[in-house]
Design a binder for this molecule. Structure first.
Ligand code: KG4
Ligand code: ZN
Length: 354
């Protein structure tokens, strides 16, 4: 079963090709980071336009990487939500057109669920920069999904059968990394910038509060972001009327690195505390982390130190948005008999939840 997966929900135009739900054959990704950098975040109209320009070149690149033609593709999977409506539409119109004209089954998939499926890939192409996990995760499976748009803790009993244990009530953890980076003058996307500034910072220099939630597995990150903002204002001896865009210029390099390291420690501890509590309560056979923030080394180190089982990690390239995870979930749908969707009526769902 060879599935081609198309991802265009945010700022990556991506196409992956996966065989039997475990073998990665191609992972072509065009990131728009350079386009959005100057605006400090994703501009939806600009993103949609770039998807239009890049979709066909990325599709061709994926087929070339896999050394395949359309005849070798058994079905097409596509992210239908959640995401930016204009961006989703480009991927979906492409997938629907391909499914109709090439007479291939179409499998729309939930982007957040698909992040978890990056962990089921256990064979990467020889040229891939990181090694693949030795084995696929086992059920019941605890998944910590941490990205720029989502922070969720879910317990999967089996494929497609899961319970959402908790989720963020405001900002996603990746969004908090991006906003704090902006406050302290680090470039977009904030996650990797904060992680690298933190390497030379002291993570115990400052302590920020962790949100206490009514429901124990829910998250909240907007208070943490505001705590960092207030702290930076007080370090710089200015009040809340001072323009936040000018704050970063008043910080020394060592203050910036210490804030990055301290914020990262607290943000990561917040999600790890909940993952450890859920592990203790539900005794899952495997734990996986998924989404862009799963590439974070501090998160991996804290989980390794606090969980009593080993975790296998997907390659960092498969943690951030990609088409391979969409293709992998599409494979499982196809292999387990999910009815394909009629390409003439398939729609997008920008606010889709898990
Ligand atoms: O999964 P993803 O590519 O897109 C969404 O579905 O949101 O995640 C992007 C997010 C951004 O907020 C980015 O800052 C964060 O993942 N991120 C990281 C790292 N790499 C990407 N956060 C922390 N540490 C990283 N190394
Ligand atoms: Zn994502």
């Amino acid at each position: 079963m060879v599935i081609l997966g198309i991802e265009s929900s945010c700022d990556e135009t991506a196409v992956g090709i996966v065989k039997d739900g475990h073998t990665l054959l191609a992972n072509a990704v065009h990131s728009q980071i350079d386009i959005h950098k100057e605006f400090g975040g994703v501009v939806p109209e600009v993103a949609a336009r770039s998807h239009i320009e890049m979709m066909l070149p990325v599709l061709r690149q994926a087929l070339t990487e896999a050394q395949m033609s359309w005849d070798d593709i058994d079905g097409i999977a596509v992210t239908y939500g959640p995401g930016l409506v204009g961006s989703l539409l480009i991927g979906n119109l492409t997938a629907r057109t391909l499914a109709l004209t090439l007479d291939k089954p179409l499998y729309p998939v939930n982007h957040v669920e698909a992040h978890v499926y990056a962990n089921f890939l256990t064979a990467y192409p020889t040229a891939f920069p990181s090694p693949a996990p030795a084995a696929a995760p086992k059920f019941p499976l605890l998944a910590l999904i941490v990205s720029g748009g989502h922070s969720q803790l879910a317990l999967f009993e089996d494929h497609f059968s899961y319970r959402l244990l908790g989720q963020t009530q405001d900002d996603a953890i990746g969004e908090a990394f991006d906003k704090v980076a902006k406050i302290i003058g680090l470039p977009y996307p904030g996650g990797p910038s904060i992680a690298s500034a933190a390497l030379t910072g002291n993570s115990r220099a400052y302590t920020y509060p962790k949100a206490h939630m009514q429901h124990k597995y829910d998250f909240s990150f907007s208070g943490l972001k505001t705590a960092v903002l207030r702290h930076v204002q007080s370090l710089c001896n200015v009040d809340i009327s001072f323009p936040s865009t000018q704050l970063a210029g008043l910080l020394s390099a060592s203050q910036r690195n210490d804030i990055a390291a301290s914020f990262q420690r607290i943000a990561v501890e917040t999600v790890v505390d909940k993952a450890v509590a859920a592990f203790t309560e539900y005794s899952p056979a495997s734990v996986v982390i998924a989404g862009g923030v799963a590439a974070n080394q501090e998160l991996r180190a804290q989980l390794a130190a606090r969980l009593p089982i080993d975790i296998s990690y997907a390659a960092p390239q498969l943690c951030t948005d990609n088409g391979a995870m969409i293709a992998t979930l599409g494979c499982y749908k196809a292999m387990r008999g999910t009815q394909p969707t009629d390409p003439r009526t398939a729609t997008v769902a920008p606010s889709l939840s898990m």
